[in-house]
Design a protein around this ligand. Structure first.
Ligand code: GAP
Length: 517
């Protein structure tokens, strides 16, 4: 199935099963704003717990925070967002559609990457077992020509971004004949900068009110609380502050479902270190964060690092962790070495000292910061995209049918186990409810007695429930149930008394955490 079709199906699936809805749908929706439904909120909460516990519980020098969305307006002057939080925009004169110039160029680069992938796939098919991919890529003339184009565009693109050269950004689009996907024409305006922060007013009367911004990142709430936490928690450098919260950006090209939203959620951690030690910690967190992703078992080949061509105004090193989405490898998380930019700037703008006295060095300094920043919604999308699977199976009568399944990591699955009485009478529903009632304190379970067992299994597969257990007549005699595994569809008899142990072993986050530390 083409990846575009997979993505369309995934979006439809998210709605059909109560994972994600368009915001204010009855009013025809609000662009790039989404609501999470009854199963979506469970998955989202599990992702947040997986992140928070990994950061705060596994690292004894990382603590949590929950800072307000509204902040003093000078915060955003100090952070550089008022002056430099811009996107380069370009309009197509015929369709009147607006695009981010950098995204158009990234898409252009991706087209050449796809061409290379197609050549490799064709050759793999032709040569079979004996195919040497590395050698093919080094020698095939078509691959080499496309690779050269990628390198040329990349170099020019990075330079234009670094130099803030808007004319050359446009020129790349013109030179490579990038067309508007709507009108199909190459009739472009010049590239302009556009600030992404939303603003609002605080106060009741026009003259007493002041302009506030909805925070575009949660990080600044951490910076302004650096001394509060350090002093009250008696924290010693190196230490980190982690928080999860909403962020808002007036994204111009809001697209690809929940990949780029105007209201979204971030999980950010600022790690405060001695100046000069930031690269050591940058490497440490790069590795730790990649292990966190891979521990979920979605396939190591689905992740890669992408070092930044253009460093943000505050960074001296930056990398992204990218995930293979249905529309290509895309950033899910950013890891930045932010130097002392933020703390120094807040110190300057507030007139308050934001320094740490290091007893070992016997001196004061403004700490350097390594940041890890991941979008909850993007993580959600990557998990759903990796989990969406269709396979062909046989029903009870031997008829072939397509099974839609979410192969979610059991620790993140919204429902951990479904309890199904074989029929609706004979004491089976009561026994099934008894099982639910003993396990529901620790696990999110579903009880379902409607339709045939086959149909109920399919419903659970579609929402990613890792296990179903069936209560039948024998259960009443021997206190055993049939457990059926989502991925293999294998079934076995187990004692009701063992269910808690089985769940603990298979769905607990503990086992994932053990592979990270
Ligand atoms: N504090 C640093 C920071 O905010 P960023 O790269 O702009 O860095 C970090 O954002 C992460 O937040 C991204 O890797 C992405 O997962 C998520 N994110 C950013 N903008 C987003 C948007 N418009 N919609 C959804 N997620 C977004």
């Amino acid at each position: 199935m083409a990846q575009e079709d997979v993505f369309k199906k995934l979006v439809a699936h998210c709605k059909e099963y109560g994972f994600v809805f368009q915001s204010s749908e009855i009013y025809d929706g609000l662009g790039a704003v989404y609501d999470y439904g009854q199963l979506g909120v469970e998955l989202k909460n599990n992702i947040k717990k997986y992140w928070y516990d990994a950061m705060v519980k596994l690292n004894d020098n990382v603590v949590g925070l929950d800072s307000a969305i509204f902040m003093h307006p000078t915060t955003w002057k100090a952070s550089g967002h008022v002056d430099a939080f811009n996107d380069p925009l370009i309009d197509n004169k015929d369709s009147k559609k607006r695009y981010r110039a950098d995204v158009l160029i990234e898409d252009l680069i991706q087209k050449f990457e796809v061409k290379i992938e197609k050549e490799v796939a064709k050759a793999k098919k032709r040569f079979g077992e004996s195919f040497d991919e590395a050698q093919f890529k080094e020698t095939n003339p078509r691959v080499l020509a496309n690779q050269e184009k990628i390198t040329t565009i990349h170099t020019r693109f990075a330079k234009a971004l670094n130099d803030n050269d808007l004319e050359d950004l446009k020129q790349i689009i013109v030179d490579y004949e990038v067309a508007c996907p709507i009108s199909g024409t190459k009739n472009w305006t010049d590239v302009r900068q556009f600030n992404l922060m939303f603003s609002t007013e605080m106060g009741s009367t026009a003259d007493s009110s002041s302009k506030l911004y909805l925070r575009p990142e949660t990080a600044q709430g951490i910076f302004v609380n650096f001394l509060n936490v350090q002093k009250t928690g008696r924290m010693k450098i190196p230490f980190g502050i982690a928080q999860i919260g909403k962020a808002f950006r007036n994204e111009i090209v809001a697209r690809q479902f929940i990949f780029r939203m105007r209201e979204f959620e971030q999980m950010e951690m600022q790690f405060f270190v001695r100046p000069g030690e930031e690269m050591k910690w940058f490497e440490y967190w790069k590795e730790f964060r990649m292990k966190w992703h891979k521990a979920l078992g979605m396939g190591d080949e689905s992740y890669r690092y992408h070092d930044h061509e253009k460093l943000a105004h505050y960074a001296n090193a930056a990398t992204d962790i990218e995930y293979r989405m249905p529309f290509g490898f895309k950033e899910v998380e950013g890891i930045h070495s932010r130097t002392d930019f933020d703390l120094s700037s807040h110190q300057e703008h507030s007139g308050k000292k934001l320094q740490y006295f290091d007893p070992e060095l016997n001196k004061n300094y403004v700490p350097y910061v390594v940041e890890t920043s991941i979008g909850v919604d993007r993580m959600f999308l990557s998990i759903m995209a990796g989990a969406y699977t269709e396979d062909v199976v046989e029903d009870a009568k031997g008829k072939k049918e397509t099974r839609v399944m979410l192969k979610l990591p059991p620790a993140l699955a919204p429902v951990k186990m479904a309890v199904l009485p074989l029929i609706k009478k004979g004491g089976l529903p009561e026994k099934a409810r008894e099982i639910v009632n003993t396990l529901k304190f620790d696990y999110n379970l579903q009880y379902d007695e409607k339709d045939s067992i086959g149909k109920r299994y399919r419903r659970q597969d579609a929402i990613g429930t890792p296990f179903c257990i069936t209560v039948d007549h024998e259960t009443l005699e021997d206190n055993m149930v049939t457990i059926r595994y989502r991925d293999t569809m294998e079934q076995e008899r187990v004692a009701i008394a063992d269910l808690e142990k089985i769940l603990e072993e298979k769905v607990s986050m503990k086992n994932l955490f053990r592979t990270i530390v």
